[in-house]
Ligand binder design. Sequence first.
Ligand SMILES: [Zn+2]
Length: 136
Amino acid sequence: MVKQIVRDVFFLSQKSEPATKEDLQIGRDLQDTLQANRERCVGMAANMIGVKKNIIIVNMGMIDVVMFNPAIVSKRGSYETEEGCLSLDGVRKTTRYQDIEVEYYDFNWKKQRQKLSGWTAQIAQHEIDHLSGKII
Ligand SMILES: [Zn+2]
């Protein structure tokens, strides 16, 4: 289901909780909501649709990947950049890593480990920050 985008900074600055198998529908809602905001959005965290659970979605070109309980297990090559966010106006400076490795659970609740680099890695880092209440 397409959900409303939350822009309440107080809500967005709260920490999210671990996701469980019962939360798969939230992943589907993220797919629908990203699809509906495609032209201005490349990824989202669940709190951006009003649910404080550790779930994100990351566009990887042809596909959108939903990650339940994502965690960055390694990172390499820091750089300074500027980012915008669907929940905020304008852009802000931030530090990101060129290469990261992330662990997460997929829709079949199977643990996955994936290497990401460049733009895709940057989106994942931005969305994972949302889960700890950090907005850029
Ligand atoms: Zn954001």
